[in-house]
Design a protein around this ligand. Structure first.
Ligand SMILES: Cc1cc2nc3c(=O)[nH]c(=O)nc-3n(C[C@H](O)[C@H](O)[C@H](O)COP(=O)(O)OP(=O)(O)OC[C@H]3O[C@@H](n4cnc5c(N)ncnc54)[C@H](O)[C@@H]3O)c2cc1C
Length: 414
């Protein structure tokens, strides 16, 4: 029986381990965090957005880095396959806004437990992989952190990226791969909060905005625009819209990135101008300092007033057309300049990783070291929010298991 060592019992490793067992392999599953699938528990705010109910083409459009590399893996294990697989493991699913798929229970733990059941035929070794064993460039096993030597016909590195290291993803996979001669595309944060210039965000810290439109401009070019929720923090901005927008930031040294927040996306500029006119008629006797009450949340009013530049003592009925138009502009495009990405440790996704040109897209086997395989976030692939990243982990994990089984003459489909 061919023996596979899977390093890392995350989404990719658990998927691969269970599949390899079903294809007739003996599997040792190494996990150093003390809990298989620990990161699953924090996904989707504890609800786990397990995949996206879209077809393969649509899926690949949501992959930010190296979608073509995933063509074969996703053809072999699609989002539909993930849904059927989850249901077969007893996890009932529901589809929400943006075709995001969640367990009906809203419990990420149910997904984690299902993955552990799926992989239960593998032998769990609660130790880390310290180093690879290599003979004439071929991988022959692993040396564990507990000092054990485990021989194998193949090793699958499914160690994840470097974000949220408390869940066990500490970047070990990059080091192990380097031993076999692999390069590294510099890991950077993706799907991350953003640090803003100036102190305005800090003044509004804690303020959550619902139903706003967030647009990201790269210099003057629109690169992202979506409606939803975001929040101000002590360092800048965060929340679902911001995480999604962050994935579009390529190079902060080369380009200037500005977030433009439309606080009234349901109204056109003309409609908002008319609405302001009606509001101001009712407030005619008051001064400008008090004219924003119905338009924006309290913590935002001083910031808007300051940026608007109208004398706070001015009577509302004295605010002229040009100033009203300036207010419309401000409410339809409140700008925040991005200074930098939030730190990598708190990013949802690590972009970068093992260069995909060094890995076979069909089998996930290393092109440099026979017997070495990769799956999941350790690879230089990443996607936007919506369940696509877990789908990448599952699809590449399944492909690696099939690749290993096929290399040892076992049938690929089970
Ligand atoms: C807060 C948050 C929310 C998220 N929400 C979603 C979501 O809703 N939907 C979605 O699609 N994606 C989501 N993601 C992304 C998703 O969780 C990852 O893309 C996915 O878990 C990657 O799977 P993986 O198996 O490659 O890596 P991981 O899940 O990180 O697993 C790697 C495993 O390898 C182990 N390991 C590492 N080094 C060693 C070693 N040397 N020896 C032994 N074991 C080792 C680790 O302990 C870990 O268990 C979220 C991520 C975060 C941080």
């Amino acid at each position: 029986m061919p023996h596979l060592i899977v390093v890392g019992a995350g989404a990719a490793g658990l998927a691969a381990a269970g599949q390899a067992v079903r294809l007739g392999c003996e599997v040792a599953l190494l996990e150093h965090s003390g809990m298989p699938g620990k990161k699953i528990l924090v996904t989707g705010k504890g609800r786990c957005n397990v995949t996206n109910d879209c077809d393969n083409q649509e899926f690949l459009r949501h992959v930010r880095t190296n979608p073509r590399f995933l063509f074969s893996a996703i053809a072999g294990f699609s989002t539909r396959d993930t849904m059927e697989w989850m249901e077969s493991l007893g996890v009932e699913l529901k589809t929400e806004r943006g075709r995001r798929v969640f367990p009906v229970s809203d419990r990420a733990e149910d997904v984690r437990a299902a993955l552990c059941r799926w992989a239960s035929g593998a032998r769990l070794v609660e130790q880390g992989a310290q180093s690879l064993l290599l003979e004439d460039g071929r991988v022959t096993g692993v040396q564990t952190t507990g000092g054990r030597t485990i021989a194998a016909d193949g090793v699958l590195i499914a160690t994840g990226g470097v974000s949220y290291p408390a869940t066990g993803s500490t970047g070990d996979g990059y080091r192990l791969a380097a031993q076999a001669g692999h390069g590294l595309v510099q890991p950077v944060a993706s799907l991350v909060s953003l640090v803003a210039e100036g102190g305005d965000c800090r003044r509004m810290m804690g303020l959550a905005l619902k139903n706003v439109r967030l647009t990201l401009l790269e210099n003057a070019k629109l690169v992202f625009s979506e409606q939803g929720e975001m929040l101000f923090t002590h360092f800048g901005v965060s929340g679902p819209l911001v995480l999604s927008a962050s994935a579009w930031i390529r190079d902060l040294k080369k380009y200037r990135y500005t977030l433009s927040i439309d606080l009234k996306p349901a109204l056109s500029a003309e409609q908002l101008y008319a609405r302001i006119g009606r509001d101001f008629e009712l407030l005619a006797g008051k001064n400008a300092a008090n004219c924003l009450q119905k338009l924006v949340p309290a913590t935002m009013q001083p910031v808007i007033l300051e940026r608007w530049g109208v004398d706070p003592a001015l009577r509302v009925n004295q605010i002229d057309r040009a100033s009203r138009l300036a207010l419309v502009q401000l409410l339809k495009g409140f700008c925040v300049t991005v200074r930098e990405r939030g730190d990598l440790q708190h990013a949802v996704i690590t972009a970068g990783g093992i260069p995909v040109r060094e890995v076979s897209p069909k089998t996930m086997e290393s092109k440099l070291a026979p017997g070495l395989y990769f799956a999941g976030e350790v690879l230089d692939v990443d996607a936007y929010t919506g369940g696509y990243n877990l789908q990448i982990a599952f699809a590449t994990g399944m492909a690696a298991a099939r690749g290993f089984a096929a290399a040892h003459g076992l049938p690929q489909q089970q």
